[in-house]
Design a protein around this ligand. Structure first.
Ligand SMILES: NC(=O)c1ccc[n+]([C@@H]2O[C@H](COP(=O)([O-])OP(=O)(O)OC[C@H]3O[C@@H](n4cnc5c(N)ncnc54)[C@H](O)[C@@H]3O)[C@@H](O)[C@H]2O)c1
Length: 350
């Protein structure tokens, strides 16, 4: 049976990209398709031959399925008319990355476990960047059914996917004495298994787009960490999963490049102004102060200064630093399987 996530990415690719929205309703359309093959290459050929030389097609009706409507194209920006999913985009790095992508012309799915916040954020972003430019989807990246549903929802709302930013992540620090199996498994499921699941389902959609037009390229980018490049004391559940994420990145890159899909990671330093660090109740500054992790620290500011002093550039990582690295990886047409540090010089590759 034809699913929306089978059909929409092929139609969208044949139309040249942009955003395409599905509706069950049928009515008069610029182009009506009856039986179309399941194979994406054959489907693309059938659509192209029905279109002929017409370029004025905005609505396509597919018999027994519904109607696909093109949004007006976004004309300018480094990511003009690309579609993206950013997981964990309701706050922190993910939110900043989503905002930066919207500012550069992308259509963005704000995918998060916290759907209430994601919906509020998407509303605010649409008010700033235009109706439909940001859409909220609930996802638990550690759950296969939920990830599959996120991809299906993306097909319905945006028609396909050019960029996946696998950003959702959690951190539970703890020594070998403290860490229990449940906490270790939780961190691993979200940070490591979640990246696998998002790549598994996003790449299926990207492969169909590639079959419809082999000249286009797509990106999967994991927001990893400097803790994926060097060990992190009493934080091994997080660091281990992030190191593993680089193994996944390299392996996915080898498997997916035949389909025009680049896979890279960015490895940020500490986002000292974000909620993970600065939350006054459960942020890492407070946690580390109480745990006595920073010798001699008496206040939260002492802990912060200790972490700033570790960075040759003297400050924490900012969202814009990570967004710049992501744009570089997308624009770079001759790199895959890389882990790009964004650490102000704190971690240097050997
Ligand atoms: N904050 C830092 O200093 C820092 C440094 C390096 C790397 N990172 C990485 O950046 C990414 C984002 O971190 P952050 O600091 O912005 O985190 P954050 O806690 O501020 O935000 C994480 C978001 O992910 C969502 N989320 C959590 N579990 C989820 C799940 N199972 N499915 C879907 N969404 C889920 C949360 O609801 C939240 O909106 C993570 O992968 C993290 O490892 C963070």
């Amino acid at each position: 049976m034809q699913t929306i996530s089978n059909i929409a990415p092929v139609l969208r690719t044949v139309l040249g990209g942009g955003a395409l929205t599905y509706s069950e309703e049928t009515g008069p359309c610029d182009l009506n398709l009856s039986a179309i093959p399941d194979d994406p290459t054959a489907m693309a050929d059938a659509v192209r031959s029905s279109m002929g030389s017409r370029t004025d097609i905005h609505t396509i009706g597919v018999a027994g399925v519904g109607t696909f409507t093109r949004h007006s194209p976004v004309q300018s920006g480094r990511l003009a008319d690309k579609t993206a999913i950013v997981t964990g985009a309701a706050q922190g790095f993910g939110l900043g990355i989503a905002e930066a992508m919207l500012a550069e012309g992308a259509w963005v799915v704000i995918a998060d476990l916290n759907i209430t916040l994601a919906q509020e954020i998407a509303k605010t972003l649409c008010a700033r960047f235009g109706a439909g430019r940001a859409v909220a989807v609930r996802v638990d990246v550690s759950d296969e059914t939920s990830v599959a549903a996120m991809i299906e929802e993306t097909a319905r709302m945006l028609g396909g996917l050019d960029i996946l930013v696998s950003n959702a992540g959690v951190l539970k620090a703890g020594s070998l004495e403290e860490m229990d199996v449940e906490s270790f498994a939780f961190v691993t499921r979200v940070n490591y298994q979640g990246y696998f699941l998002c790549t598994k389902y996003a790449s299926q959609m990207m492969k169909r787009q590639h079959a419809a037009d082999p000249d286009r390229m797509y990106d999967i980018i994991q927001v990893n960490s400097k803790s994926g490049l060097e060990g992190s004391n009493k934080n091994f559940a997080y660091a281990g999963g992030k190191f593993g994420g680089i193994g996944l990145t390299q392996s996915f890159a080898l498997e997916l490049i035949p389909y025009g899909i680049k896979v890279n990671a960015v490895c940020p330093g500490n986002l000292l102004d974000g909620p993970l660090w600065s939350d006054p109740e459960k942020g890492l500054f407070v946690q580390y102060l109480h745990a006595g992790k920073v010798p001699g620290a008496k206040t939260v500011d002492d802990v912060r200064r200790y972490y700033e002093a570790k960075v040759p550039m003297g400050r924490g990582c900012e969202v814009q630093d990570v967004a710049r690295a992501i744009f570089y990886l997308i624009e770079q047409q001759y790199e895959t399987g890389q882990a790009l540090p964004v650490t102000g010089g704190q971690v240097m590759l050997r």
